[in-house]
Structure formats: structure tokens, C-alpha cells
Design a protein around this ligand. Structure first.
Ligand code: GDD
Length: 331
């Protein structure tokens, strides 16, 4: 029988890759979409996949009645909860909002599931940010030490997911995902900010790129590979939590060097420090120990760091080229 999936945060980077993956596997996919005054801006990642088996539903993870109604109607086999206020830097400025969306949003989802479809399998998008300053490499047994309102909210959501598994016997799992990027990454995250700037600087449209902490090290993988891991986790016979990452760390400085080199530029001529982008407390070094996922799920990242950076730079140069071409036609 055809399986039904329900995805919150479907219009984000991960939601779009996951929706594509599930549709390719024959699922009927229902995506929760927040109302926006400019709908085309919120659904640009989904443009290629609008088809019969894919349905968008208006709702919000801060609005329990909408969650209850949709879940009751859809009766999904699998629920992927990806919706969040996901910008760590911004979470310091909108801490309460972040706790409400990113933390309590998970509680509302789990309560709605428990009420109307308790047999559905549930995936929680947990984050490596929860580890904060705990020593690398981080695995499923590493203690949490969150360093931002975002990470605190994710830690709450993570523990709540575990609690619903233990208290009510529900099939709830958390994927503790390390940073994952792609050409669909939001422009506020450091990787996409860099690759967009490379394209603009090369085209003579921007002089400098202003960044915060260049020393931060992250484990950057390709988002498409991580959507596969989410799906694999819900195909397991037992609900368990998994760390998902590549096991390789690079600094923001390394990312800059590689991205500018890709376009034949020397990053040192263009990158400048702006303290406005420093966070009140940052996370210096995250790198995954993904051995559990490799052994139990057979999951492995397919795209290397070098390929990822090259693909993001290529895509941003191409986007800018198309944009400039359109602008010149308008004249
Ligand atoms: N965004 C941003 N902008 N980050 C900068 C900048 C800048 O101008 N300059 C330096 N950085 C540093 C940040 O201080 C941080 O140490 C690092 O670059 C990565 O920042 P982000 O790309 O914003 O990602 P993140 O690691 O904070 O969080 C992302 O990954 C998490 C998974 O570990 C987000 O996608 C989270 O939602 C996700 O949970």
C-alpha cells in the first residue's frame, strides 16, 4: 500500500530534499506550510516537485488545532518534524520565539500525534548544536552543553522526543544532524553567504565579504545525503537516536579559502571581520562520530567536502548569471 508522509518545514532546504526522496519512493507527501505574504519566496525550493502525490497544507507548529486537524485527516505512516526557527545567531535576538517554535513546536507535534495518530513513526530534527562545547568527536553518548537559545530549545525538543518514546511507547526518533548544506541552503548561513559573495565579487558587484568567527570548525555534509538518513531511521524496526555527520571538520576560514579558490580568487583580499557577526557565545568545534549510523543503518555520506563547496559556488555563479541576463532583457 502507498505510504503517507507528513513533513513540517517542507519549504526549507531539508524539507525539499526529503519530499523529493519520498516521492521518488512512491509516497504520498503532505507538507505543512506557514502562511507568508510572499508565497513564491517560501516555496521556491519546491517548484520542481509540485505534483499529484504532493500536497501543501497551511498550518503552523505554534498552532495546535492546525496540527491536530492535518494529522487527523492525513493519518500519516511517517512524520518528519523539521520546522524550526533554525538560525542560531538570530536565536539570541528572538529567544522566546525560538523556544516557542523550536522547543514547544516539538511538544505540540507529539501531543497531536498522541491524540490522533499514535501509531505514526516520528522523526525529530535534532541538532549537533546541542553538544555545544562538549569535546569532539561527538556521538550519541556525548553530553549536551547548549550555547544558544536555539540549542537550548533543540535540547528540550530532543529530550521530549525521548520521553514520548519511553512514556507512551511511541515510535519516536531523533536524528542529531551536523551541519548540512547545498545550493538550496538559506542565505543567512555561513556557507551560502560565502558562496553567494564569491559569485558577486567575481562579477564585480560586491567588494568585500564581512564575517564573524573564522576559527569555528564544523562538520559540513550535503543535505541530500542527510535526507536519506532521516528516511532510513524511520525504516528501522526499533526507534533509536542517531548522530549523522561526515566525521571531518573544517574551519570557516578553510571554507572561504576553498570557495574563493574555486572562482580563481584569493580569499584574503576579500574577507573582512565584522564583530557584528560574532555571537555572544559560539560553538568552536563540532565533528561527528557517525559510526552508529554507519553500522546500524548502513548510512554513509556520498558527497565530499570539496565537491560540496564546488557545487555551491557553481550554483551561485549560475544563479547570478541568470539573474543578470534577466535584468538585461528588462532594459
Ligand atoms: N551565519 C553566519 N554568518 N555564521 C558565521 C558568520 C556569518 O557571517 N561568520 C562566522 N560564522 C560562524 C558562526 O559563528 C558559526 O560558528 C559557524 O560560522 C556556522 O554558522 P551557521 O552557518 O550559521 O551554522 P550553525 O553551525 O550555527 O548552525 C547550523 O547547523 C546546525 C547543525 O549543527 C544551522 O543549520 C542549525 O539550524 C543546525 O542545527
Amino acid at each position: 500500500m502507498q505510504k503517507r508522509a507528513f513533513i513540517t518545514g517542507v519549504s526549507g532546504q531539508d524539507g525539499s530534499y526529503l519530499a523529493e526522496l519520498l516521492l521518488s519512493k512512491g509516497y504520498e507527501v503532505h507538507g505543512l506550510l506557514r502562511r507568508s505574504s510572499s508565497p513564491q519566496h517560501s516555496t521556491w525550493r519546491l517548484e520542481g516537485i509540485l505534483q499529484d502525490r504532493f500536497k501543501l497544507r497551511y498550518g503552523d507548529v505554534t498552532d495546535s488545532p492546525s496540527l491536530l486537524r492535518h494529522l487527523e485527516e492525513v493519518q500519516p505512516d511517517e512524520v518528519y518534524h523539521l520546522a524550526a526557527q533554525s538560525d542560531v545567531g538570530v536565536s539570541f535576538r528572538v529567544a522566546e520565539h525560538t523556544a516557542n517554535v523550536t522547543g514547544l513546536g516539538t511538544l505540540r507535534m507529539l501531543e497531536a500525534l498522541r491524540a490522533v495518530c499514535p501509531g505514526a513513526k516520528f522523526y525529530q530534527a535534532s541538532s549537533s548544536e546541542m553538544f555545544g562545547v562538549s569535546s569532539p568527536p561527538q556521538n550519541e553518548n556525548t553530553p549536551f552543553h547548549p550555547r544558544s537559545p536555539y540549542a537550548c530549545a533543540k535540547a528540550y525538543a530532543h529530550h521530549t522526543t525521548v520521553n514520548y518514546r519511553e512514556a507512551y511507547g511511541m515510535f519516536t526518533t531523533s536524528g542529531i544532524l551536523f551541519n548540512h548544506e547545498s545550493p538550496r541552503r538559506g542565505e543567512n548561513f555561513v556557507t551560502r553567504k560565502i558562496t553567494r559573495a564569491v559569485a558577486a565579487i567575481q562579477a564585480g558587484l560586491q567588494e568585500y565579504l564581512y564575517l564573524g568567527n573564522l576559527d569555528a570548525r564544523r562538520d559540513w555534509g550535503f543535505a541530500g545525503d542527510y535526507a536519506e538518513a532521516m528516511w532510513m531511521m524511520l525504516q528501522s524496526s526499533e526507534p533509536e537516536d542517531f548522530v549523522i555527520g561526515t566525521g571531518e571538520a573544517h574551519s570557516v576560514r578553510d571554507f572561504c579559502e576553498l570557495a574563493f579558490t574555486e572562482a580563481g580568487l584569493d580569499w584574503q583580499n576579500y574577507v573582512r571581520h565584522d564583530p557584528a557577526h560574532d555571537r555572544p557565545s559560539d560553538v568552536d568545534y563540532l565533528v561527528a562520530d557517525p559510526s552508529k549510523a554507519q553500522q546500524k543503518l548502513g548510512w554513509k555520506p556520498q558527497m565530499s567536502f570539496g565537491e560540496l563547496v564546488a557545487e555551491m559556488v557553481r550554483s551561485d555563479r549560475e544563479r547570478l548569471r541568470r539573474f543578470l541576463e534577466n535584468e538585461s532583457h528588462k532594459k
